[in-house]
Design a protein around this ligand. Sequence first.
Ligand code: SF4
Length: 327
Amino acid sequence: MLKRIIYGPILSRRLGRSLGIDVIKTPDTKKNCNFDCVYCQLGHVPQKITGTDELKGAVTPENVVEGIHSYHKNIEDLDYITFSGTCEPTLNPALGEMIKGVKEISTHPVCVITNSSLVDNVEVRKNLAEADLVVATLVSGYEDTFRAINRPAEGIELENIINGLKAVRKMDKRPRLGVEVMLVDATIDFPVNHTEREIARLKEVLIDIDPDEIELLTVTRPPAEKYIVPVSDDRLREIAIEFENIFGKERVKLVLKGVRKSRSIMKHGNIEEEVYDLILRRPCTFQEISASLGLSKEELTPMIEKMLSSKRIKETIIREKKYYKTS
Ligand code: SF4
């Protein structure tokens, strides 16, 4: 079980070299989330988690501390320890205790990547207050677009999310708040969120939330729905300029493709499990696995071939790039 909690490091476009913690419900479930986003790299999973009770005791603070203790010292040059993965981390009511536990044994900053669904809950905000950085998703200022793109579990409403994010920003003890805007285009008639109307509303909402930073990005990995495609670089740049004019250049980050980080240097345990645990959380290209886990072509090639022939993983081609994902 423990090896399924800690994964990576991942070379992240926003966080550099980031060791992941996944407060999963069970090791075998593909996705443990209360959203089912059309752009999700974990695929389409219709059974959504409906509340924090489902995650109670699934992974404990002791599990997380034990996992991190035996793992993080194996990696040089780590930038963040990040709660993310196949599970929405705020669904675990013990998240705050987990963060405190990690901070007792590590000096690395802790980030929580959240879909924002539960930020209107005061207990969830207390948990988030323990982190150094919270990166929260917001795809639209309109309820219908939010529902179409994020496909939330019953009872989750955009207005509460927006109010919750405003409340995070106003907490006395608070993490740095980044809002991540995932912009999507589509090959079918679909309420995409990069139109002028959508961007105008997003700007209004973000002025109200007043985050420390805003990250604009688009889909780069295989999305859950085939009709979802990236927004063009030109349109992304136009939107970034509009946001910079309001929030200032230092607060707006346009995240285009590619991570410029050297290969990780780390001591390995079971390489096959490390590779599997990484691509369980995100489909990766050969180069991404190699750079994230610090594995040479000679080390990784036979491992990938073995996992393909045992059908533990499979290949998928997206926009002429080959990704490996779990079967
Ligand atoms: S993208 Fe994140 S929030 Fe959306 S369904 Fe996937 S795991 Fe959940």
